[in-house]
Design a protein around this ligand. Structure first.
Ligand code: HSE
Length: 308
């Protein structure tokens, strides 16, 4: 195999109550990544998008992942990667995870599928570390495995792929800047036992609801008493969007990753689309530019578009 082209999906981390442990892949937006094997040990990164990301391998999220792989296998060959990013950096929709997970996934195909999924997660976490200073796997895991994943532990890596319910996801990305590092910095370092017990109940309820396709239980469990009350202050009209989505019949939702995107889950496409229209009108009214996405939960994750 000399060349491979991938579609790498956006992901929603945390799923409200599962901070740093739960995540879900969607179909839209997605990045396009094209890989070519080089006979020299170079890593060449080219971005065909307007986000101004660094192309020097050691400063690029995909680049650092490929450098780690090169070092680990002591490779005398290299990779050229052409990236067309559609997932905006800093959106809370797993933009850096897509570059990192896409990089290891593409390289693995060109190297003859030497790595397991868990090993791919290991390498991709170096990309997340470059982007946000933290090696978290809650976006990377669903990108690589597809569907919804539980990061039971990231050191040692223990990923549990969960069921992928037949639900629609509406996501809005209001164009305000929220850096993951800032959104982590403001969190409390200690929590009360009472809050912890409530959160355990929600996480356990959510995982049980996902496994049983019990949509009412999923809706009842999409509550976060620890992170959302703090982070939502950074997102304009968060409470209004959440309450209006529930009125329209969405099961529930909240901040996507560290924000500023907000996501909602719905059983019906019609509800998901009505929720999208409402989200757009809320942000249009206060003149905040916004991008809206409606898609199903993506059970497959990264998709191979072409191999040669
Ligand atoms: N779990 C991480 C956070 C996701 O919420 O900070 C960041 O993309």
């Amino acid at each position: 195999m000399k060349k491979v082209k991938l579609k790498v999906p956006a992901t929603v981390a945390n799923l409200v109550c599962g901070f740093d442990i739960l995540g879900m892949a969607v179909y839209d937006p997605y990045d396009e990544m094209e890989f070519r094997l080089l006979e020299t040990p170079e890593i060449i990164i080219k971005h065909i998008d307007s986000f101004g990301l660094p192309e020097e391998a050691s400063k690029n999220v995909a680049g650092v992942v490929l450098l780690k792989i090169q070092e680990y296998f002591n490779l005398k060959i290299g990779f050229e990667v052409i990236i067309r990013k559609h997932i905006k950096p800093g959106s809370g929709l797993g933009s850096s995870a897509a570059s990192a997970a896409g990089a290891v996934f593409g390289a693995n195909i060109l190297l003859g599928n030497k790595l397991s999924k868990e090993e791919m997660v290991y390498f991709a976490m170096f990309g997340e570390e470059l982007a946000s200073g933290v090696r978290h796997a809650d976006n990377i895991a669903p990108c690589i495995y597809g569907g919804i994943t539980l990061v039971k532990s990231s050191n040692p890596i223990d990923i549990i792929p969960l069921n992928s319910p037949d639900l629609f996801v509406t996501a809005v990305h209001p164009q305000v800047e929220v850096k993951t590092s800032d959104a982590r910095q403001i969190l409390k370092k200690n929590i009360s036992l009472k809050s912890a017990v409530e959160q355990w109940g929600n996480i356990a309820g959510l995982v049980a609801g996902i496994q049983k396709n019990d949509y009412s239980l999923i809706g009842r469990s999409l509550n976060d008493v620890i992170i959302e009350p703090i982070r939502s202050i950074l997102i304009p009209k968060f409470d209004k969007i959440k309450s209006k989505s529930l009125q329209l019949g969405a099961l529930g939702g909240g901040i996507s990753g560290s924000g500023p995107s907000i996501f909602m889950l719905s059983e019906q496409k019609e509800t998901a689309e009505k929720t999208a229209q409402m989200m757009k009108s809320v942000y249009d009214e206060i003149e905040i530019e916004n991008l809206i996405y409606v898609s199903k939960i993506n059970p497959n994750g990264i998709q191979i578009v072409e191999e040669a």
